[in-house]
Design a protein around this ligand. Structure first.
Ligand code: KIV
Length: 275
């Protein structure tokens, strides 16, 4: 079944947990889509896990469009959400609408995601009014890593917790159809989930959210640079890849690979003529 904004909203009502994973390329997106994930997020985390930057700030619109288009070619049923990169929407409402439009037209995204609460509601409203569905992202918003002074849990004291509740209500009011809660205490995420009508999708925000999202390299243990506390390893693919690469090197050097079954045949009388 094709996942749409409407089916995602329905899932909250039915208390059917929404599943979202990040993907950045055709093959991985296709595997996730075939596995039945509800939504694929082309996160700007691609800056770190695919491009090797130390944070997400250097990711460009061109990077996002390139990777979103690859993911879109791999997905039949998952709803494709593309991140708006740093400074593609903060600068003005006009920039926000133009860049959201590019992710839809050139990247074939079906929704866009923006980081921020009350402060970016004008952008959310204008994008939604242009018929582009929006996912908001509050809590630990990685594009603000320098303002936060690191990747820290958000909303632990009364003032910041109240602000996060206000942010969640504000993005709902502005027209977002879902909101990602990142690194927020479980109980606060549960309270936010009960306080709004749109689905919450948690990452490091506990089981009380309407859905979950993970970066796929994290859940497959493929990214060793940084491992957040909230990540569960569902398969040790990183180790499997290293073992396979080592075996390939050994077998190639030993002449075991390629074997006869991996080669192509030709008639002996033809090859004999060439000697
Ligand atoms: O960029 C990303 O992958 C994200 C998720 C962590 C939600 O925004």
């Amino acid at each position: 079944m094709k996942n749409t904004v409407a089916t995602i909203l329905e899932q909250k009502k039915r208390k059917d947990k929404i599943t979202m994973l990040t993907a950045y390329d055709y093959s991985t997106a296709k595997l996730m889509d075939e596995a039945g994930v509800n939504s694929v997020l082309v996160g700007d985390s691609l800056g770190m896990v695919m491009l090797g930057y130390e944070d997400t700030l250097s990711v460009t619109m061109e990077d996002m469009i390139h990777h979103t288009a690859a993911v879109a070619r791999g997905c039949k049923n998952a709803l494709i959400v593309a991140d708006m990169p740093f400074m593609s929407y903060q600068t003005s409402v006009y920039d926000a609408v133009c860049n959201a439009g590019r992710l839809m037209k050139e990247g074939r995204a079906q929704a866009v995601k923006l980081e921020g609460g009350e402060k970016i509601c004008l952008q959310i409203k204008a994008i939604v009014e242009s018929s582009i569905p929006v996912v908001a992202h509050i809590g630990l918003t990685p594009q603000s890593v320098n303002a936060f002074g690191g990747y820290k849990v958000q909303g632990k004291d009364e003032e910041t917790a109240r602000q996060l509740v206000k942010d969640a209500k504000a993005v709902e009011e502005a027209g977002a159809f879902a909101v990602v809660l990142e690194c927020v205490p479980d109980k606060l995420a549960g309270l936010i989930t009960e306080s709004i009508h749109i689905p919450t999708i948690g990452i490091g925000a506990g089981a009380g959210c309407d859905g979950q999202v993970l970066v796929y390299q994290d859940m497959l243990s493929m990214y060793s640079t940084f491992k957040p506390k909230f990540v569960k390893c569902f398969a040790n693919v990183g180790e499997m890849m290293t073992a396979a690469f080592k075996q390939y090197i050994e077998e190639t050097k030993a002449g075991i690979f390629p074997g006869e079954v991996h080669g192509f045949r030709m008639a002996d009388e033809i090859i004999e003529k060439l000697y």
